[in-house]
Design a protein around this ligand. Structure first.
Ligand SMILES: [Zn+2]
Length: 340
């Protein structure tokens, strides 16, 4: 986590974040609320994140729409139902479930909420494709070994990474009911909610702009509390680093100052925060470019070993080692694509 220039626009959410607590119901605008949907317990990369911020938006036809319901559990459905009741609505008034990206802490509860309400799940077209590809991609030791060889991982370090094959949670084979494209208006009567395709964190990540309320629901594309990881939704048919930089410019260019992120707290200073994320990832791309210029024939493992890692290179092992190699590979490709 690094210093952030943004200012919280919800004191209650900011206090909850600093106390490691689940965010309380927050009235964002007339007919727009956000509530913390608890994360499952357990250690997470980057530290403990207490909740996902789920949003509830009333339309002018008696319905409500949910953005990012949160992680899956019966208890979380009850949390969301209580929040909807507190806004003066009922669960059976939910008309759509919009999900920014495929990660469990955003999409997880969507299917249970659909079962309870009959409301359609809305995803970007590329995110559905990414979900399908992940579900079909049966992890194999052979494929992973070939990748580690390509990355130049010394033979004595392979076992700690190969041990992870098949251990990560298999994503749910979920079918969205509505697939949207970039710049499409969502079906929310009386509001102008526009879906913006912001790939980088995942291939089909969506940010949702409320053009009248002057608010962007940024999912994990822009965060007040951490720098989002990239390439975390499988093959994106391009380079996640370059996609992410472009997506940041897109959101910064909307001219909207306030954001409701997937985690942390509502904040103002959206364009500035996009700039901070851009510089954070650009510094890493530049560092990789420097290491590559010094040793053009070095392997991905060798380049990675020359970069600065917050935990220290020597402490990386297993999952963190693999993730470091993957990030390095992504940045090397970004350097080569940019200079091609
Ligand atoms: Zn998240």
């Amino acid at each position: 986590m690094s210093a952030s220039s943004v200012a919280a626009s919800s004191a209650a959410q900011e206090a909850a974040w600093h106390n490691g607590a689940v965010a309380p119901l927050d009235a964002v605008r007339d007919g727009i609320w956000t509530v913390g949907s608890p994360m499952p317990a357990g250690p997470r990369p980057g530290g403990r994140i207490p909740c996902t911020l789920a949003s509830v938006i009333a339309d002018d036809a008696g319905g409500v729409h949910v953005i990012d319901p949160g992680s899956d559990s019966e208890a979380n459905l009850a949390v969301l139902a209580a929040a909807i009741t507190a806004t003066g609505h009922r669960l059976d008034q939910v008309r759509s479930i919009v999900v920014t990206h495929l990660h469990h802490d955003h999409l997880g509860l969507a299917e249970r909420l659909r079962d309870a309400t009959g409301a359609p799940i809305v995803l970007h077209r590329a995110e559905q494709a990414a979900l399908d590809a992940l579900a079909a991609d049966v992890p194999s030791v052979e494929v992973e070994t070939a990748r580690l060889v390509e990355w130049g991982l010394p033979v004595e370090r392979r076992a700690e990474v190969l041990r992870l094959v098949g251990r990560s949670a298999t994503p749910v084979a979920l079918r969205a009911d509505v697939l949207v494209d970039d710049a499409q208006l969502l079906d929310v009567p009386g509001r102008r909610l526009r879906a913006i395709h912001t790939p980088g964190h995942t291939p089909g990540h969506l940010s949702i702009v409320d053009e009248e309320a002057r608010l962007v629901f940024t999912g994990d594309h822009v965060s007040p509390v951490l720098h989002p990881g990239l390439g975390l939704g499988g093959d994106d048919g391009g380079n996640p680093v370059l996609h992410y930089q472009r997506s940041l410019r897109r959101i910064a260019g909307l001219g909207v100052d306030e954001a409701v992120p997937g985690h942390g707290y509502r904040f103002v200073g959206l364009a500035e925060r996009c700039g901070e994320h851009a510089r954070h990832h650009q510094r890493r791309t530049d560092e990789v470019a420097g290491a590559l210029a010094a040793s053009p024939d070095a392997s991905i493992f060798e380049i990675a070993s020359r970069l600065t890692w917050s935990a220290g290179w020597a402490s990386l092992e297993g999952f963190t080692l693999r993730s470091a190699l993957q990030q390095t590979a992504m940045h090397i490709e970004a350097v080569r694509t940019d200079s091609a």
